[in-house]
Design a binder for this molecule. Structure first.
Ligand SMILES: [Zn+2]
Length: 269
């Protein structure tokens, strides 16, 4: 792997470098966060990360925190990072701000655009019969949960320390990671051209089922997009947990069987 690739990509985007240099805390945090994310992504899934970095823009907003209750936001459609100007220049709530950058840059690294349509993380494009891409909001809850889960892991924090509102989605994505393995999760999340394929095939090995749309739908309805979200179901997390726990114990049973069959094979020799 080319060790200077990240530096070369950044140098090719001069306006980005200028915006980063405008703020002390952006300058201090960004490089470390980007190095972290680069090394976390499976090597053959880094295309979105480099492609988006080449054209990423950063804009500072004077009232972002006040109006959106966020220190930073990423727009998948415009490949733009919006950062609260005051926090970026003073470093107030530095810990949260570092966490925000870590979270938002992961959205950038896991976004693909198809014309006007952008998909992030586990979201997938759906095409109509004419091959035209139709945007879906599918799996946004799991995407947010896993984004925060990765950011927490990268900063060595426990999931429960997250200041975010994605608590249940973090739990669900971390349980799912334990079941299918972190690599399968990363492949689906960072390489969103293949949808949930890597996660599905890992799950199929456990319970033999080809599709787990029902489980993903259940996780999705644990998250409310707003007070009027009709899909939100306050009981969904309990159902998601019982499905995940079932898969988890099936996996454990298989591992135990495998281990004991190896043992008896060795004993008979
Ligand atoms: Zn997010």
């Amino acid at each position: 792997m080319d060790k200077n690739l990240l530096v070369n990509v950044l140098n090719s985007n001069q306006s980005l470098m200028q915006s980063i240099s405008k703020s002390k805390y952006m300058r201090e945090e960004t490089m470390g966060v980007l190095r972290n994310i680069e090394s976390e992504i499976p090597e053959d899934c880094r295309q979105n990360f480099y492609t988006n970095l080449r054209t990423l823009t950063i804009a500072y907003n004077a009232k972002l925190l006040e109006t959106h209750k966020a220190a930073g936001m990423y727009s998948p459609k415009y490949n733009a990072l919006l950062v609260d100007e005051h926090i970026a220049s003073t470093g107030e709530i530095t810990d949260d701000f570092a966490q925000t950058l870590s979270h938002e840059f992961r959205h950038m690294a896991s976004t693909t655009r198809y014309g006007n349509h952008a998909v992030s993380g586990f979201q997938n494009v759906v095409k109509d019969d004419k091959g035209k891409v139709v945007y879906t909001e599918e799996l946004k809850g799991l995407t947010e949960g896993f984004t925060e889960h990765l950011s927490m892991k990268a900063s060595g924090k426990d999931n429960s320390e997250s200041p975010s509102e994605y608590g249940e989605q973090i739990d669900a994505s971390s349980k799912l990671s334990d079941i299918v393995g972190i690599d399968a999760m990363k492949r689906a999340y960072y390489n969103n051209r293949e949808g949930m394929q890597s996660v599905e095939s890992a799950l199929q090995k456990i319970d033999g089922k080809k599709s787990h749309g029902e489980l993903f739908d259940t996780i999705e309805t644990t998250y409310a997009y707003g007070p009027m979200d009709e899909l939100y179901d306050p009981n969904a997390m309990a159902r998601a947990n019982s499905q995940l726990d079932k898969l988890s114990s099936m996996k454990l049973e298989q591992e135990q069987q495998k281990a004991s069959s190896i043992e008896s094979e060795n004993a008979s020799r």
